[in-house]
Design a binder for this molecule. Structure first.
Ligand SMILES: [Zn+2]
Length: 252
């Protein structure tokens, strides 16, 4: 049975039997992997307490083809993001990052862009001294891009004409549509000029430089509504993300 060594981020951890845990991991070497960590619930176990969501680990597992659940052999902590864990809002956002990745059909092929994005977002959430919400907003746009449903915020996706003022965004087409290119009964969201400008910045500005973006609550709500409907449209199960429900419950 070949052993595989790879870096991973823990997406989900559930108890299994009296003594074990089943983990869903996003790995650098082989995409999403599910492993069973035997004995991980025993007080004295070889994994310590590191098999928790959003932790960044290096693991060794026995990789057998055509088996859904692999056996975890070793795990070492690389980063635990203590700045996130001491802050309720940051914790909820980091969990939302992991939960969202868990819902995506990423397969078992490596996707270095996706791995790097997740790690970078978790680090920035940990390090920021301001609200980490903009980082999560940008993450949702970047992940859409990597997964093949990049939203287009420039010209009309039908005829490429320029658009001004309030505009309509067609969820299925993934972009703005002018009056002539509108499809009857298509799912659309109307965006104000300010919301559109903010979405463009979230897409283009590096996640380390998002502070000060979206200063008003009204604008935040417009952008969050857009992202919610867009992700719901493209990601099955997005509606049920528990961390986002929790985040909404603690937001003022
Ligand atoms: Zn058009």
């Amino acid at each position: 049975m070949p052993q595989q060594k790879t870096e991973v981020i823990v997406l989900r951890s559930v108890n299994y039997s009296e003594t074990s845990k089943i983990l869903t991991l996003y790995s650098r070497a082989c995409g999403k992997v599910s492993v069973i960590a035997k004995g991980a619930r025993n007080i004295k176990n070889r994994f310590g307490g590191i098999l928790e969501p959003a932790n960044y680990l290096e693991i060794v597992f026995y990789a057998r083809e055509n088996r859904e659940l692999q056996f975890l052999n070793q795990a070492e902590l690389i980063e635990s993001f203590p700045g996130t864990k001491s802050n309720l809002e940051k914790t909820a956002l980091a969990m939302a990052v992991c939960e969202l990745l868990d819902r995506l059909e990423t397969g078992q092929e490596p996707n270095p862009l996706l791995f790097r994005l997740q790690l970078s977002v978790l680090r920035h959430i940990n390090d920021t001294e301001e609200s980490a919400h903009n980082i999560f907003r940008a993450f949702q746009i970047h992940i859409s891009d990597i997964m093949g449903f990049r939203p287009h915020f420039d010209n009309c996706v039908g005829c490429r004409c320029s658009l001004f003022g309030k505009v309509d965004f067609d969820l299925a087409a993934g972009g703005l549509v002018c009056a002539a290119c509108k499809v009857p009964d298509a799912a659309e969201i109307r965006l104000s000029n300010d919301a559109l400008e903010s979405l463009r910045k979230l897409q283009r500005v590096h996640i380390s430089k998002l502070s000060g973006l979206l200063p008003s609550k009204t604008l935040q709500r417009q952008v969050d509504d857009f992202l919610k409907y867009y992700l719901r449209y493209h990601v099955e199960g997005f509606r049920e993300l528990k961390s986002l429900q929790f985040l909404a419950s603690i937001s003022p």
